[in-house]
Design a protein. Structure first.
Length: 519
């Protein structure tokens, strides 16, 4: 039986090491993450010296507090800030400051506090706070300067400051600053420059790290100032915006499209309903500048570039670009089948009972060789030994599967999933019959899941031109390395099944073409 303490200990050791490897050469901005990673390793080591039987629980607790919660928190903080929910962003910054007590997080909380004051109507108080954190050297400092220009309505000065003081290589990777810069370009009527700057940012090497909220905000700003917000990409980008902000940008789009009466009818109820005093002042600025700021049409090359930008989905926030709140069709069916079989296991004797697993179809080499019970190669893929085994496999399928299914189609995904699982069973049998391994009973969908990883690898190797293919391939290599390390440290896990499924998946992935142009 797999030991939960062993699994947690593995996570508490490997995750900080991966974080250290990813941030080692990324400068002082990632210093808190490096310190947190070292802290997790030290706590885990201390737990091991005190009591090895509980070290995994101790180390994983430190991992959750110092790495997992901050990573989730920064993403949530970015989403709230992009939607101008500065109160929620400030609360997240306060929590993160407790976990990562750095000056950057303190300044970030102050910047959000300032914007919250501005929304309540205290512009002078907001400007006073922003002055205390403003500088050209940090992300938060540049954000404070940009927000200062915004609160004063000095959009032309904001454009001039960024062009003079912030090098392109810095601003294109400062994802809190870029939406403000793009908006400033739109406010002063420099729409060709706006589209070009957005395209340059999206084509940069750092764009794969761009938070979803920042990406959607940048797209909304660009499409609104170009009168293209009614397109499918514009509607998709607006989905997560709060109602007031959504109405503001739709009204801006109407002004750009020269539908002044429609824009006026949209802004009128917004002005009477919103409690955001900053938004009220920006609506007034928008209506005051409606006559001349947006008059210059887009050039033909810029218009073509904008159409290419509209076809971009968004940078993947996860290793496999999976942003679905629900699993896709085939993934949902396989999850349901595994859950159903687990309930059957529980009903007929328990999921950890060898007799129950035997009756329901566990992979048993001698039953297949001498009893010719070949069906066990398939049924074993839907059985699991204990609830942890089930949860790990289904979670991995939920995270990894939908992006691939969306790229290659549900039927091919289902066929490859099962074929990889059968290959994992065949690999185990082949080595067992040649006395290279000695499993007596094997169950689980992990061979299928590793097959999905392999299909991703083969698919991306063949289609290296696909967006973010290189990033995903590196993630796949990391997953395989971590999985092999875990298999080597856990005797109860079959490395043969995992590698056999992976190899079949790679082979299948090299054969296929994408169902859609971009994943």
């Amino acid at each position: 039986m797999i030991d939960l303490n062993h699994i947690l200990l593995f996570v508490a050791c490997v995750s900080p090491l991966v974080m250290l490897a990813q941030t080692l050469r990324r400068g002082s901005l990632y210093r808190p993450w490096r310190l947190a990673s070292f802290a997790v390793l030290l706590v885990t080591a201390g737990g091991w010296l005190a009591n090895p039987k509980t070290a995994g629980f101790v180390g994983s607790g430190a991992w959750v507090a110092l790495l997992l919660v901050p990573a989730v928190g920064i993403r949530k903080m970015s989403e709230f800030a992009s939607c101008q929910d500065y109160a929620s962003a400030r609360r997240w910054a306060g929590l993160l400051r407790l976990l990562h007590p750095s000056s950057a997080m303190r300044d970030q909380k102050l910047a959000f506090t300032a914007m919250e004051l501005a929304q309540s109507g205290d512009i002078s108080g907001a400007l006073a706070i922003l002055r205390t954190v403003a500088n050209n050297d940090t992300n938060v400092g540049r954000q404070a300067i940009a927000q200062t220009f915004r609160l004063r309505g000095e959009w032309a000065n904001l454009v001039g400051w960024i062009r003079a003081e912030v090098p392109p290589s810095v601003r294109h990777n400062d994802f809190a600053l870029m939406p403000l810069y793009l908006r400033a370009l739109g406010e002063v009527g420099a729409r060709d420059d706006l589209v070009l700057e957005l395209a340059t940012m999206l084509s940069g090497n750092g764009s794969r790290q761009q938070p979803a909220g920042s990406f959607q905000c940048s797209i909304v700003v660009a499409l609104a100032f170009c009168g293209r917000l009614e397109t499918e990409s514009g509607r998709r980008a607006l989905e997560k915006f709060p109602k007031d902000l959504r109405e503001f940008w739709i009204g801006t789009n109407e002004l750009i499209a020269n539908r002044l009466d429609v824009a006026g009818r949209r802004f009128a109820p917004l002005r009477s309903a919103t409690r955001d005093r900053l938004l009220l002042s920006e609506i007034a600025q928008r209506l005051d500048n409606s006559d001349g700021v947006f008059a210059a049409p887009l050039s033909s090359p810029t218009h073509a570039l904008l159409h290419r930008i509209e076809r971009i989905q968004r940078p993947p926030a996860t290793a496999f670009g999976t942003e679905f709140r629900r699993p896709t069709l085939a993934v949902a069916i396989f999850i349901a089948l595994n859950l159903a079989m687990f309930l059957v296991e529980t009903r007929f004797g328990g999921s950890t009972s060898p007799l129950t697993l035997h009756r329901l179809g566990a992979l048993e080499p001698w039953a297949i060789r001498y009893g010719h019970q070949y069906w066990r190669m398939l049924t074993a893929l839907f059985l699991h030994f204990g609830v942890l085994h089930l949860i790990f496999n289904l979670y991995a399928l939920y995270v990894i599967g939908p992006g691939l299914e969306r790229a290659i189609g549900s039927l091919r995904f289902a066929f490859f999933y099962l074929l990889a699982g059968l290959a994992s069973s065949a690999g185990v049998l082949l080595l067992r019959f040649n006395d290279y391994s000695r499993p007596e009973q094997l169950v689980g969908a992990s061979g299928c899941v590793m097959g999905v990883v392999g299909v991703w690898a083969g698919f991306l190797l063949r289609h290296r031109h696909e967006p973010f293919a290189g990033t995903r391939l590196r993630n796949i290599v990391l997953i395989v390395v971590v999985q092999v390390a875990f298999d080597l440290s856990t005797p109860q896990i079959s490395m043969t099944a995992h590698l056999s499924g992976l190899a079949m998946g790679i082979f299948l992935g090299l054969l296929i073409r994408p169902r859609i142009a971009a994943v």
